[in-house]
Design a protein around this ligand. Structure first.
Ligand code: FAD
Length: 381
């Protein structure tokens, strides 16, 4: 490959890989993309083990998007296996649909109670709506308030405590806003127009995305180890923003997860892809990967144990959504703003924001399309 590297991308997850592909394809400039891990695809990485089990190394990843643009873009690099994610929650002896819907209601509250709650929900919000638990708690209808408290105490409270090691009041309101109740019989976990899994997995999708003559990939490579070799290259950094600045304003909090895998002799051991266990000690949910990957010989069960993040010991999976962490992020955002023109931060760790895969993809596409300084660089040449 000739010519100098014009772009150095740190991180080969969805954000970094899409940025690299877009720069190479739309600007025709050379890109070096590095990742400290020994594989592409970031947290979406998957592989098949010696026994033929398909494993999502960093927890189950289900693709869904409402954006035709993102769907069409990714479809250049993969075919799709249709998959609609369904999940349940264990409440006492009951296993009911999650998000909690009108059928879950009838399974938990027998007879007239369910009819009363269901009538009150439909009257207040309308049939077919998805309403957050936070909104139900704010209702002035006693039946709804009582129901909302039941859900809060039996479904969400323990789950949120285990997931974040915080009480719901300590989290940003956006977290409760992600926990909907469905006033319908819709049992889909996601309502996005496109829901599917890459036929040959995420790793294969990334291989194709980055197979471009202007893209060079270096795995097992730390960004800081190669930066000095490419002093004039512009940087897109998708690692943790606080790490880039050597944590000079303090360490941003992250939450990690330990995944315990077990193997089953037959597929579809669980009735649905994922079952949440708010009442269980230590773990939050179990996923039966055979639903998701379509694997037919046996299954892989993934049990998730949220845990404290410690640098160097485990992975910083989730930015912690509290007002305090938003405050801590500010000086980093300001420091990043001063570097624009040379370095851009993006992605789940670079923006310190929880993104689904399609959102990470959309963020990367928007960066390449809309960054005004990149446009002026093109005009100058
Ligand atoms: P990442 O995938 O984290 O990639 C960042 C990469 O940068 C990593 O590979 C890292 O090794 C590398 N890196 C960091 N610092 C450096 C450095 N200094 N030098 C070199 N390399 C570096 N989304 C969905 O849409 N559906 C799901 O079902 C879903 N399930 C999830 C389950 C779990 C447990 C988790 C944690 C996330 C899930 N997500 C899901 C979110 C999804 O993983 C993210 O949207 C996606 O990974 C974001 O991509 P990214 O490129 O921003 O970050």
């Amino acid at each position: 490959m000739s010519g100098r590297i014009r772009w150095l991308v740190a991180g080969a997850g969805f954000t970094g890989a899409v940025v690299a592909e877009r720069i190479a394809r739309t600007r025709g400039e050379r890109v070096l993309i590095v990742d400290r891990r020994d594989h592409l695809a970031g947290n979406a990485f998957d592989f098949t083990d010696e026994a033929g089990n398909i494993i999502h190394k960093y927890g189950p990843h289900i693709f869904h998007t409402g954006s035709d643009r993102i769907w069409d873009y990714l479809s250049q690099f993969t075919g799709w296996r249709p998959y609609v994610h369904r999940t349940m929650v264990a409440i006492g002896d009951h296993l009911v649909t999650l998000p909690f819907n009108l059928d879950s209601l009838h399974q938990i509250f027998p007879g007239r109670d369910a009819d009363m709650i269901s009538a009150a929900l439909v009257a207040e919000h309308g049939f077919g709506r998805r309403v957050t638990i936070g909104k139900l708690l704010d209702s002035s209808t006693p039946t709804i308030i009582e129901f909302a408290h039941f859900l809060r105490d039996n479904v969400y409270l323990n789950y949120v405590r285990k997931q974040w090691d915080l009480d719901p009041e300590e989290l940003s309101p956006s977290v409760l806003a992600r926990l909907p109740v469905s006033i319908s019989h819709d049992d889909r976990y996601f309502q996005s127009r496109h829901q599917a899994m890459p036929v040959e997995g995420y790793a294969a999708l990334f291989e194709r995305m980055l197979a471009h003559p202007k893209i060079e990939v270096a795995l097992r490579t730390e960004f800081s180890d190669v930066r000095a070799d490419h002093p004039t290259a512009r940087v897109v950094y998708t690692g943790p923003i606080d790490a880039y600045f050597d944590h000079r304003y303090g360490e941003l909090p992250y939450r990690s997860v330990r995944f315990d895998l077990s193997f089953a002799a037959r597929k579809n051991i669980q009735p649905v892809g994922t079952i949440s266990y708010p009442g269980a000690a230590g773990y939050t949910r179990i996923t039966d990967l055979s639903h998701i990957t379509g694997q037919i010989n046996g299954s892989v069960l993934v049990k998730e144990f949220p845990e404290a993040y410690a640098r160097g010991r485990n992975e910083p999976f989730y930015p912690v959504p509290t007002p305090q962490s938003a405050q801590m992020l500010r000086p980093y955002v300001e420091a990043a703003r001063k570097l624009r023109g040379k370095v851009w931060f993006a992605g789940r760790l670079g923006d310190y924001a929880y993104y689904n895969m399609d959102q990470a993809c959309g963020r990367a596409m928007a960066l390449v399309d809309k960054e005004p300084r990149w446009r002026s660089m093109t005009l100058r040449r």
